[in-house]
Design a protein around this ligand. Structure first.
Ligand code: ZN
Length: 726
């Protein structure tokens, strides 16, 4: 059994330390106030027992809270008083500098929390450590200077979560849709070097990846590009090859028919598409940005985004190549093909690709095979999205954050070149538990907490206000997001719906369980859950009207924060069955991971909540290895097309480097801690296995904290009972 020290390092639980600390406080009081040796031992034994029942390491703070409480239960108030005094004095000493210990422990690779903070970063690497050091300083400055006390206190108690404090000291935004079209068609500037309109598809792909790297270093969230912006360059290459082939054959004195010339040129075009797509795939994973990780990139694949005819057929060729290469995977250090985390792929289901016999059906079948093998692409239903987004279909920024519809001065819809200002997430479970189950009180507390979120979100907005375009030339001056002048402030892009700002929410499931005693899937409890969502939306509308900033409700992809929220809830309210008894809380509106529900029902049920989450959300279904059951994958995709805007399938394909096992690596308990184990050879060394799981919309491959690991272990399959029926 382990405990978590303040520095973040893990240590073996040692009962004698607790006994000694109580004994020390006991020694400071008069004889008649003293506890007996038996009382002291009883307290430490009680705490040991409590800790051993937790499936995570408790922090020193949590243990000290328990000690305080137990001493008081023994009626030894003076001992408790002196124990508290001692703690307070120690806390004061520590407060004088909050970052030193954190930074030292992460440099010595001794910080468990940092190790599992982000499943896409490897904290042993120098550049990642530099990023984390900067992050610690930013968090410290945020804490001490930038946030008002009430926001900070709510953040520290887990009532709300002020995201990305590790980047807040700088004037940076969250995520965006890259306007690759503007950059490619009108030229751009990368690292003070002029880049003109490319003359071939492969050059266009090269510029795209260079831009992706620069953009990733200028913001902290995800970015999305669309293959549609690359598609016109296939024809540029084709024309070039036609010219070349004609010239070459003439030089050699070969007499070839027009058909033969076109045939040769076309095979060169295909080769170039293959190379261009490979460049994007490999560069995106191998690039290490200044954030210490591969760029969080989403690639959008939407046939209807370009005009019918040659361009659309060329786009189909690029999509096909993208899927083929993803199915193959990328080689790990041992040369084995594995599932890469990036880029994330999104495929749009539409009329001409969703039914057998439709023009692009074969592409959809290929997408299904890719999902079965590599977890991506994820799926957007054009039909449902058009209903929800005023007749438009467009990609999310990064993993799930959706823009609202915006029209430029000519009344034309514009999506690429827009961005999100940032996120603050409300912990709905805490609102419920704080109300004690009283509905009237619940809504009163909800309103108070929403005001706090508003205040926190305005801190984010104000941090961006006044930012000069010079902080990130590629974003603000050279077309990725805008074409502002040097020295010009970005302010006009913050208002009137050009960019959005996100009110996140988490734990609707546990919140509803606490308030109604039932799951939100129970028809008698669903109306309450929907009502909570309506109220969150209403708050966003009021704020948007007041400020002309596009506030939008967002199903937060909680990564490490799910663990933080769960720990805070246990600390504030103790263990409440079905509400605070896990080391995670459920993301957004999702059905609890342990609830038995089939894939089709889950997607249909969650669709009504996705409609109420306009700032972003994604639904998923957990499925076993589907590589031998592609028709079942296609059935789920057709169900998505008819019922829900945006969804994904969580398939499994892990790899054990010790024995070569290719399948699902499992989670087992080891001395109160959850660890990954190869079911074939028992290998538990995380450095000798490749595990890919989707935890927040992106695929993570660098392992997770204890809370998220427990959530992954608890996941039930949504596609086992229905397999026969398909
Ligand atoms: Zn193995």
């Amino acid at each position: 059994m382990k405990i978590l020290k303040r520095s973040g390092a893990e240590e073996i639980f040692d009962i004698t330390k607790i006994t000694a600390a109580i004994q020390k406080a006991n020694n400071t009081v008069q004889a008649y106030d003293k506890m007996t040796r038996q009382q002291i031992l009883a307290i430490s034994q009680h705490i040991e027992e409590y800790c051993s029942h937790m499936t995570r390491a408790l922090s020193v703070e949590e243990i000290q809270d328990m000690v305080e409480e137990e001493i008081m239960k023994q009626g030894a108030y003076n001992v408790a008083k002196n124990y508290i005094k001692y703690r307070y004095k120690r806390a004061m000493v520590r407060k004088s500098n909050t970052t030193d210990e954190q930074i030292l422990s992460l440099l010595e690779f001794d910080n468990e929390e940092v190790k599992q903070e982000n499943s896409n970063k490897n904290p042993a690497i120098n550049s990642v450590q530099r990023d984390y050091m900067a992050g610690e300083v930013s968090k410290d400055i945020t804490r001490r200077f930038l946030l008002p006390d009430d926001v900070l206190e709510a953040h520290e108690k887990g009532i709300i979560h002020f995201h990305d404090a590790d980047y807040f000291a700088q004037h940076m935004h969250n995520c965006c849709l890259v306007n690759l079209e503007d950059m490619l068609q009108n030229g751009t500037v990368i690292s003070e070097t002029m880049i003109e309109k490319p003359h071939s598809f492969s050059t266009a792909c090269n510029i795209a990846t260079q831009s992706i790297a620069q953009i990733a270093s200028s913001q902290y969230g995800g970015q999305s590009i669309t293959l549609s912006h690359l598609a016109p360059f296939v024809q540029t290459s084709r024309e070039k090859y036609l010219r070349e082939v004609r010239e070459e054959l003439a030089e050699q004195g070969v007499n070839a028919s027009e058909e033969e010339i076109r045939g040769i040129a076309e095979s060169r075009v295909r080769r170039e598409i293959r190379q261009g797509v490979q460049m994007i795939q490999y560069q995106v994973i191998t690039l290490m940005t200044t954030n210490g990780q591969a760029p969080f990139v989403t690639v959008f694949m939407y046939l209807d985004e370009v005009p019918e005819g040659r361009t659309r057929d060329d786009l189909a060729l690029i999509i096909e190549e993208m899927l083929h290469q993803r199915i193959k995977g990328v080689k790990n250090e041992k040369g084995i093909y594995i599932t890469p985390a990036f880029p994330k792929l999104i495929y749009v289901l539409e009329e001409d690709n969703i039914t057998p016999g439709s023009k692009y059906w074969d592409l959809t079948v290929l997408a299904a095979k890719c999902t079965a093998k590599r977890m991506v692409p994820d799926y957007i239903s054009e039909k449902i999205m058009k209903k929800l987004k005023e007749g438009n279909c467009y990609t999310c920024m990064g993993c799930r954050s959706f823009l609202t519809v915006y029209r430029d001065e000519n009344g034309k819809e514009k999506f690429y070149g827009r961005f999100n200002q940032g996120v603050v997430t409300l912990n709905l479970v805490d609102v419920a538990c704080s109300s004690g189950g009283d509905l009237e009180l619940f809504y009163k507390i909800l309103d108070e907490r929403l005001n706090l979120c508003y205040k926190a979100l305005m801190c984010r907005h104000n941090r961006l206000k006044g930012t000069p375009s010079d902080v990130a030339p590629i974003l603000w001056q050279y077309g990725a997001l805008a074409r502002l002048k040097k020295g010009e402030k970005i302010d006009k892009l913050l208002y009137n719906g050009y960019s959005t700002i996100s009110l996140g929410y988490a734990g609707l499931c546990e919140c509803t369980r606490y308030m109604t005693g039932k799951s939100h899937t129970d028809p008698s409890a669903t109306p309450f859950a929907l009502d909570v969502m309506e109220r969150l939306n209403a708050a966003c509308r009021i704020w948007a009207d007041e400020t002309t900033i596009a506030f939008s409700l967002y199903g937060t992809p909680l990564e490490s924060t799910t663990y933080k929220f769960a720990k805070c809830l246990q600390k504030r309210f103790g263990i409440i069955e079905g509400v605070t008894d896990k080391n995670y809380i459920t993301n957004s509106y999702h059905v609890h991971v342990t609830e038995d529900i089939n894939a089709f029902d889950k997607l249909t049920f969650e669709a009504q909540f996705q409609r109420l989450s306009p700032g972003g959300a994604i639904s998923y279904v957990e499925v076993p290895n589907m590589q031998n059951n592609i028709p079942a994958v296609l059935s789920v995709m057709q169900h998505i097309y008819d019922n829900i805007m945006y969804a994904e399938l969580n398939t499994k394909s892990d790899y054990c480097q010790v024995c070569g096992f290719d399948g699902e690596i499992c989670i087992v308990e080891d001395d109160g801690k959850l660890v990954w184990e190869c079911p074939n050879c028992g290998n538990r060394d995380e450095n000798k296995m490749n595990v890919a799981r989707r935890t927040c919309g992106y695929i993570g491959t660098q392992f997770w904290n204890q809370g998220r690991t427990q959530e992954i272990r608890d996941r039930v399959m949504h596609l086992s009972g229905v397999r026969k029926a398909l």
